[in-house]
Ligand binder design. Structure first.
Ligand code: PLP
Length: 475
């Protein structure tokens, strides 16, 4: 399998090169040259596979000869062996027509672990096999950073620097990132919001000399590896449904921010998974809801909500969907993105908008409704949702049709967001690995939103020099 860019100027790249490239050199996003088809017969033959075996079947369609299957298996076993549930992503039936797919059983208690545990293994493998220097650079609204750091801490040949918005991530998210004391980890806490952090990262990756000179590698959900790793649990969840549920219409409701997770669902559908509707659940940062309802994709004012990992106004993976919406027209995709860059909005109309509305339903869930959903779900089903997952449930209830089966994603463990749970007047038991974080010391550098200064911090870190300037915070 080879990969190409959504903007048409990069093509013929193998799986490992695609992993290393991250953002395509022409500014686009990497996609497969051709989406492999999974026939009904193949799908039926996958029934009963355990998570890792299913993972290997799906990856085999994309990896080609780049990595021997036994190496892939060893990496997958190490990655998913760290999950607290043997099923990796167990499917829980809550009531007729509603299932919760729990994606939070990894080391950092959020769904990002599913892709980033494996990505850490793969980067380490490539570093050893090809002698590559791997300098991971990423921005996080909280969960990506924690999961990425956990995936590569202490691994040889890899350094990782993560930017997060200062005091705009949850307490547990901050502790998960900053209590790591391995020398190959640098946390920059940026006085700004997530979009500011992401903007700096995007600019640095767009500077090809800087990118190659410093061996920069991405972990953001723009990396196709993450998209692919996430398609596995769409298949897994579907295959776990009983026959009756599978026979009807199956929707997925996905708490969304950067459009990564939901795009994995779109890819699964294009591969042949019989998905009826993909429901985009957002919070008050509802750019995606507006897009699905009106065809206008425009970032609005940034809102801080109970679900900070979805506090995002520019969805990095959106371009991948545009590419398929235009019928894989790279010229048109590039033009749309240029318009967005210039005017701050894209308008989709006519048949294209009709297609958007066939592919997706969407709901932006307000803060009050989010908390109500947590409280109601606890009362009715004795099941505690975190605020992100609650947005998914609220959207599932609003958008799922009668007789349809909705699989709604629990993207984080509620203990990660106890601030919101307390607002619902619910006391929860905090799992031990999270409790232990509060006793550890923190390592992070608080910096202004100043690109030049951030670059100097990075260069010092990549050159193995001790950090200067900023405020080293060890509170
Ligand atoms: C990252 C994250 C999301 C959003 O996922 P995207 O792939 O960015 O759409 C939702 N919920 C939680 C808990 C997350 O960490």
């Amino acid at each position: 399998m080879q990969f190409k860019s959504t903007r048409g100027k990069v093509a013929g790249k193998g799986f490992v090169d695609t992993l290393l490239m991250g953002l395509a050199d022409d500014g686009g996003l990497m996609v497969p040259e051709r989406i492999p088809a999974v026939t009904d017969q193949t799908l039926a033959s996958w029934r009963g596979l355990d998570y890792i075996s299913l993972f290997l079947e799906i990856f085999a369609l994309y990896v080609g000869d780049d990595i021997p299957r036994e190496d892939l298996r060893a990496m997958a076993e190490r990655s998913y062996g760290r999950f607290r549930d043997p099923q990796v992503t167990p499917l829980v039936r809550v009531k007729d027509g509603l299932h919760v797919l729990e994606l939070f059983h990894g080391p950092t208690f959020a769904f990002k672990d599913v892709a980033l545990q494996f990505m850490g293994e793969l980067y380490s493998y490539v570093a050893q096999r090809q002698g590559e220097i791997i300098h991971i650079l990423g921005a996080t609204s909280g969960d990506t950073g924690a999961a990425a750091i956990e995936g590569v801490r202490g691994k040889e040949g890899i350094r990782i620097c993560i930017l997060h918005p200062h005091q705009k991530v949850s307490r547990v998210q901050e502790l998960q990132m900053t209590t790591v004391d391995d020398a190959n980890v640098l946390n920059l806490s940026v006085k700004g919001n997530f979009d500011d952090c992401q903007r700096v990262i995007k600019e640095l990756f767009a500077d090809l000399d800087f990118k190659s000179g410093h061996h920069l590698r991405a972990i953001n959900s723009i990396n196709f590896l993450r998209i692919l790793a996430q398609t596995v649990y769409y298949f897994y969840a579907y295959l776990r449904l009983d026959e009756q549920a599978r026979a009807g219409k199956v929707d997925f409701s996905v708490p969304s921010g950067n459009f990564g997770n939901i795009f994995s669902g779109y890819l699964a559908k294009r591969m042949g998974l019989p998905v009826h509707k993909l429901i985009i659940a957002t919070n008050e940062n509802n750019i995606l809801e507006q897009f699905v309802k009106t065809g206008v994709y425009r970032s609005g004012d940034f809102r801080s909500t109970h679900s900070p990992s979805m506090d995002i106004q520019v969805a990095s993976n959106f371009e991948r969907y545009l590419y398929y919406l235009t019928g894989e027209d790279a010229v048109k995709t590039a033009a749309y993105m240029q318009t967005f860059h210039k005017d701050g909005e894209i308008v989709i109309e006519g048949e294209e908008l009709a297609q958007v509305q066939r592919d997706f339903a969407a709901l932006g869930v307000g803060n009050a409704r989010c908390l109500e959903t947590i409280a109601d779900f606890k009362t009715q089903h004795d099941y505690l949702l975190d605020p992100h997952s609650a947005c998914g449930v609220a959207a599932a209830e609003a958008c799922g049709g009668t007789g349809e089966t909705v699989i709604t994603f629990a993207t984080a463990h509620p203990a990660k967001f106890d601030e919101a749970i307390k607002l619902c007047e619910i006391e929860q038991e905090i799992p031990e690995p999270i409790q232990e974080l509060f006793a550890k010391s923190q390592h992070q550098v608080v910096v202004d939103y100043d690109k030049a200064f951030i670059v100097r911090q990075l260069e010092a870190f990549y050159n193995g020099v001790n950090l200067v300037g900023g405020t080293e915070a060890h509170e």
